[in-house]
Ligand binder design. Structure first.
Ligand SMILES: NC(=O)c1ccc[n+]([C@@H]2O[C@H](COP(=O)([O-])OP(=O)(O)OC[C@H]3O[C@@H](n4cnc5c(N)ncnc54)[C@H](O)[C@@H]3O)[C@@H](O)[C@H]2O)c1
Length: 441
């Protein structure tokens, strides 16, 4: 089997590398020449644990290569995966499908022999059929089937998620396409991964239903966390007590500053728009979107409150910029709301992130980027934890306290214990747990 992966971003590169690990011949295509050139020299365009070694191994084995030449990659392929971006369209929140449709046109021109064209990008219901229409219109003689195969990997654990997924969803309508997809995922069949075969529309909707459900679960526990603060309860105990119920489950019940990242914000918005257009509004998801937007903005107020009501002229040490740990992805990260709000209120920001600073430099202005976590602290009036990188869990708190101007910590990821922080002499606030005054020395 030979496949072409169109779009070598987080999903295309990880999927391409993993398919090659399954024994498939993979050509990853991108129109970004610098990205392809870097990959040819084994320079990863993204930070994803384990990716560099996986790519190097499979390139060496001759199963994985990189090119900007879409036509030649497609002409040799049994299946072509579309893994280009589908960001929010400016203004209305619909998924911007221009990259998908442009790729479909290019693919159509290069198809040779029977080929399965697979949408791996997250695309609204109806996109697969439109891709088929575009290909038919561009190349009436082409022999092809369109398949929907949404991707559920998470950045930070993407390789494991791809290799050992909870399920694989495949929307297909012909036996020939189904056989090709079965062959590609043969390794997962062998380890008895559930493979859900559906229609195109159902498969497309499954991806959005899954992401919006998870976003709802996060938003639910975030609101419960607010209530915990109001009534003096502890959200972690509530989450545990609730999550041990098998009908609910423990995952995605961790409170924080609001969901971000390259998927949940745009996918919730896109499904809301689709549902409205189809006359079947999803009021739960509309509310989730509104709550989450407001929540990110309110997190800045939490930091202001910890500073006694004003951050004007004060320095905020920020630890973590990416939307979650183990990625360099800054897309829709809460830090992009919180930091500008603090700057607007007159704060000075000194920030550090283990992998996200290169990207952050393009997205945040007036921020002093530091070399390590401790470097953010000298003279700061407050320390704010925005992303739960492991290295922040293990800070030497005596050193932190000695560097800060005042021992104030706002932990938006609940990585420290309120009692321990109080005993160590910090005024400590977190999410959905009691705020304790500095108790120790
Ligand atoms: N990032 C995630 O965690 C994740 C998880 C599941 C699904 N998805 C979905 O997967 C899709 C891709 O997401 P991503 O995060 O990998 O995007 P990305 O922006 O990281 O990568 C997209 C790549 O496609 C390339 N590209 C665009 N048009 C092209 C063309 N015509 N020919 C060749 N290359 C082209 C771009 O240069 C870019 O490198 C999106 O629909 C997203 O919603 C993402």
């Amino acid at each position: 089997m030979r496949i072409a992966m169109i779009g070598t971003g987080y999903v295309g590169l990880v999927s391409g590398a993993c398919f090659s690990e399954f024994g498939v011949d993979v050509i990853c295509v991108d129109k970004d020449e610098a990205k392809i050139e870097g990959l040819r020299q084994n320079r990863m365009p993204i930070y994803e644990p384990g990716l560099e070694a996986l790519v190097a191994d499979n390139v060496k084995a001759g199963r994985l290569s990189f090119t900007t030449d879409l036509a030649s990659a497609v002409s040799q392929a049994d299946a072509v995966f579309i893994a280009v971006g589908t960001p929010s369209r400016r203004g209305d929140g619909h998924a911007d499908l221009s990259y998908v449709y442009a790729a479909a046109q290019e693919i159509a021109r290069a198809l040779t022999g029977y080929t399965v064209v697979v949408t791996k990008s997250t695309v609204p219901v109806g996109t697969g059929r439109e891709v088929a229409r575009i290909i038919r219109e561009t190349r009436p003689d082409a022999q092809f089937d369109v398949v929907s195969n949404p991707e559920f990997l998470r950045e930070g654990s993407a390789i494991n998620d791809f290799m050992r997924p909870d399920r694989v969803v495949i929307g297909t309508e012909t036996d020939a396409a189904r056989q090709v997809m079965k062959q590609l995922y043969r390794v997962l069949y062998l380890i008895e991964t559930p493979i859900v075969f559906t229609s195109l529309e159902t498969s497309e909707l499954i991806k959005y239903a899954a992401n919006t459900f998870l976003a709802t679960k996060i938003t639910f526990i975030n609101e419960i966390a607010d209530l915990c603060e109001a009534v003096g309860a502890d959200v972690h105990d509530v989450a545990r007590g609730v999550g041990l119920d098998g009908r609910i489950g423990k995952k995605f019940l961790h409170p924080g500053p609001g969901y971000g990242g390259s998927c949940f914000p745009k996918d919730t918005l896109a499904l809301v728009r689709t549902a409205r257009d189809k006359g079947s509004p999803l009021r739960i998801i509309e509310t989730v979107v509104a709550i989450n937007d407001e929540r990110k903005r309110r997190m800045a107020d939490k930091i202001v409150a910890a500073c006694g009501g004003s951050v004007k002229g004060k320095t905020v040490a920020v630890l973590g910029l990416t939307f979650k740990p183990n990625t360099d992805d800054m897309r829709d990260s809460p830090s992009l709301e919180i930091i500008p709000a603090l700057l607007a209120k007159g704060a000075r920001i000194r920030a550090y992130d283990p992998e996200g600073m290169e990207e952050a430099r393009h997205m945040l202005s007036d921020v002093e980027f530091c070399d390590n976590a401790y470097d953010t602290l000298p003279g700061a009036d407050v320390l704010a934890v925005l992303t739960e990188w492991n290295e922040f869990r293990a800070l030497n708190m005596d050193r932190v306290k000695s560097l800060l101007k005042s021992p104030v910590v706002v932990d938006l990821r609940n990585i420290y214990s309120p009692e321990e922080m109080s005993a160590q002499g910090f005024s400590y606030s977190s999410i959905g747990r009691p705020t304790l005054p500095a108790g120790g020395s």
